[in-house]
Design a protein around this ligand. Structure first.
Ligand code: NAP
Length: 435
């Protein structure tokens, strides 16, 4: 006779995120059944990292499913894309109505929507839940961002909430000091002081060609799709692309000239304060842009988003955790229909206080030939956003001149005109629409 199912949840994918999340769940008393495509990794995990815990393993998906209490909860932390679909295809015949599949990977949101729809037809619930915080977050308290079938929530709530609550009290609390405090600032400080065995800073030996796995790119693509200027993330993605052209850059560094000196000769202590201000203001712009994108996506898909709640969700464990997420929550609580964070009084004052240093840094970096794509694109956005009349009137005139694309007049928005600019063109206009 087979043993009674004993596992509360299964976790597929024993790479860094999966292993650490399993151990975290185990710490909270959940019995986790571990599985991995390369089955040897299950044995290794049980014999090493999970030794002495109540984690159980499975050497096949059938065995894994048989070990699960009902409704079955199966979480995947595998490479995003085809691997997720492959596991869903294998799981569907093994599960029954009411069972829940959770994708914890960095899946593209259209894939998550498609999977939700497909699994609903089979009576299964699907949750797409990014797990942020990297290895440390997964082990001690990640930020979990579940979305999908609401009917699954009562069955996963206890597991998800205890993992997240853990993060706020134990691991990250010492990082929550100072307005610029954030996870990335913390780890950057640690990285900069980390020396290799020969005493040289390890970061100096790392090849300056940044990789990426697609989340920034997807955000930038969505931003373009929805016509939302998420310039800072898009610029950061392009900066990584440029960095990865290492061989070409080395060649160009010999041929292309820049300013005579790239060393700053002014008051360094004062300039460090300017840098702090530039980083603070740029981060505010980046969050403001991110919330603009969320708002636009919510409009397009008819989502009811709790913006303040979203900010709080990122406050613990997430790699974008930042001290002022609490201020973002306050801003949306005060004014749920706030169109842009930059218009909230806290952020109006914060940017006012930081902008002098911000402008100094961007100006100096231009003069010294030091690329600062994120800081300068954030400032360009800020200046564009706060300008009531931009030179886009000239763009409209040019578009109408060369392609009869029409323009609106300040005096009559919504009404489109075409001008025969040369006297030799026709009076027929192109149709007017936004791509
Ligand atoms: P990963 O390197 O992204 O993926 C490795 C896991 O995926 C292994 O279990 C591997 O199985 C499995 N896998 C890969 N291709 C497969 C395929 N074609 N079919 C079945 N299984 C396949 O692992 P990770 O870094 O732990 O990340 C897991 C997920 O979390 C990813 O979506 C990642 O983007 C996301 N994430 C990662 C981090 C991070 O800091 N690493 C942070 C947040 C989110 P085998 O062992 O058999 O190869």
């Amino acid at each position: 006779m087979s043993a009674e199912p004993s596992a509360d949840i299964a976790l597929i994918g024993l790479a860094v995120m999966g292993q650490n999340l399993i151990l975290n769940m185990n710490d909270h008393g959940w019995v986790v059944c571990a599985y991995n495509r390369t089955v040897d990794k299950v044995d290794n995990f049980l014999a090493n990292e999970a030794k002495g815990t109540q984690v159980v393993g499975a050497r096949s998906l059938q065995e894994m499913v048989a070990k699960l209490k009902k409704p079955r909860r199966v979480m995947m932390l595998v490479k995003a894309g085809a691997a997720v679909d492959a596991f869903i295809d294998q799981l569907v015949p093994l599960l029954e109505a009411g069972d829940i599949i959770i994708d914890g990977g960095n899946s593209e949101y259209h894939d998550t929507q498609r999977r939700c729809e497909a699994l609903e037809k089979k009576g299964l619930y699907f949750i797409g839940s990014g797990v942020s915080g990297g290895e440390e977050g997964a082990r001690h308290g990640p930020s979990l961002m579940p979305g999908g079938h609401i009917q699954a929530w009562p069955h996963i709530k206890d597991i998800f909430q205890c993992l997240m609550l853990h993060s706020c009290v134990q691991v990250f609390h010492q990082w929550n000091e100072g307005e610029l405090d954030s996870f990335l600032i913390e780890i950057t400080a640690n990285i900069l002081k980390f020396n290799d065995e020969d005493g040289v800073a390890l970061v100096e030996k790392i090849r300056d060609a940044a990789g990426q796995k697609g989340t920034g790119k997807w955000t930038a693509i969505s931003a373009l799709d929805y016509g939302t200027p998420v310039t800072l993330i898009a610029e950061s993605v392009f900066a990584r692309c440029l960095s990865s052209m290492k061989d070409e850059r080395v060649e160009a560094s010999v041929l292309l000239s820049g300013p005579a000196s790239s060393s700053y000769t002014g008051d360094r202590t004062a300039f460090v304060e300017c840098l702090r201000q530039a980083l603070y203001a740029s981060k505010i712009v980046s969050y403001a842009q991110g919330f603009m994108l969320l708002r636009e996506a919510a409009t397009q898909f008819g989502w009811q988003l709790n913006y303040g709640g979203i900010a709080l969700m990122w406050r613990g464990g997430c790699i974008i955790r930042s001290q002022f997420l609490g201020k973002i929550k306050e801003a949306f609580t005060k004014q749920p229909s706030l169109s842009n964070l930059l218009l909230d009084s806290f952020f109006v004052d914060a940017v006012r206080g930081a902008q002098e240093g911000w402008r100094q840094v961007v100006a100096q970096s231009v003069l010294l030939g030091v690329p600062t794509p994120a800081l300068s694109s954030a400032l360009a956005f800020y200046d564009g956003y706060r300008t009531d009349k931009l030179p886009a009137n000239l763009i409209q005139a040019q578009r109408d001149y060369f392609g009869a694309h029409t323009y609106e007049l300040l005096a009559s928005p919504g009404k489109f005109h075409h001008t025969n600019w040369t006297g030799t063109g026709g009076n027929v206009a192109a149709s007017t629409y936004m791509a």
